[in-house]
Design a protein around this ligand. Structure first.
Ligand SMILES: [Fe+2]
Length: 159
């Protein structure tokens, strides 16, 4: 659909952008932050890992390596969201939008799970402080995960 995109770079960014969470968090269930997680965060961890891997492979600091590091570094888009640089290449813009969409859908799903059909959710900061309506006929429909499946969303709350 967008032939000008470097799909190798985009897919690599999609796969790697949150991989630092493996080091940032102590485990997938009942996750708590490791020392590296608290002091560096998953973005810095993964940028360092990419650099270390490139060195180990004898690639060094090529433009491709720097672009991949930028994909990871910029995926939260704003300093207040954890990225020191905004997305500055088209693939990074797309990665941020996909990550943002995923984070918002996670927020929406969590809020709707806690809301009865026919009611509005609490105000959702991530959605400009709007409350979403859960249709009255939306009872146990697909797409709304059961409350006991909420734990699968906990580890991914911070995009
Ligand atoms: Fe992230």
């Amino acid at each position: 659909m967008y032939p000008a995109l470097d799909t190798d770079l985009l897919y690599s960014g999609i796969i790697l952008h949150d991989m630092g969470k493996v080091i940032e968090l102590s485990s997938a269930t009942a996750a708590s932050y490791t020392l590296e997680g608290k002091l560096l965060g998953h973005i810095t961890i993964m940028v360092n890992e990419i650099g270390a891997m490139a060195d180990e492979m004898g690639i060094g600091k090529t433009e491709e390596v720097i672009l991949l590091q930028h994909m990871v570094l910029s995926h939260h888009a704003k300093p207040e969201w954890g990225s020191p640089k905004p997305p500055l290449i088209k693939e990074a813009v797309i990665l941020h939008m996909l990550d943002n969409l995923d984070a918002k859908m996670n927020t929406v799903t969590r809020a709707l799970i806690k809301t009865k059909p026919g009611d509005f959710t609490e105000r959702l900061f991530a959605l400009d402080n709007h409350s979403l309506y859960r249709p009255s006929f939306d009872n146990e429909r697909t797409g709304i995960v059961k409350a006991n499946d909420l734990s699968s969303f906990d580890a991914g709350e911070e995009a």
